[in-house]
Design a protein around this ligand. Structure first.
Ligand SMILES: [Zn+2]
Length: 64
């Protein structure tokens, strides 16, 4: 079994196994980059949600 990084396709090594399938993992460099990406995404998502809620609040106050 060959382990390949799902992000950069770098071969991470061979894993014992009878089949020759490729299994995906993540190399240390890509896991760092991926976590940074996830953090940025979460922050962006949070900001977007806040501005969305602010829009809803404005719309509601207009109705009331
Ligand atoms: Zn990688």
């Amino acid at each position: 079994m060959t382990r390949v990084c799902a992000w950069c396709n770098k071969i991470l090594g061979e894993k014992d196994g009878t089949d020759s399938r490729i299994t995906h993992g993540i190399c240390p460099a890509c896991s760092e980059a991926a976590f940074e990406e996830i953090e940025n995404f979460v922050v962006e998502d949070f900001i977007q949600r806040r501005s969305y809620e602010a829009k809803i609040n404005k719309a509601e106050s207009r109705i009331c």
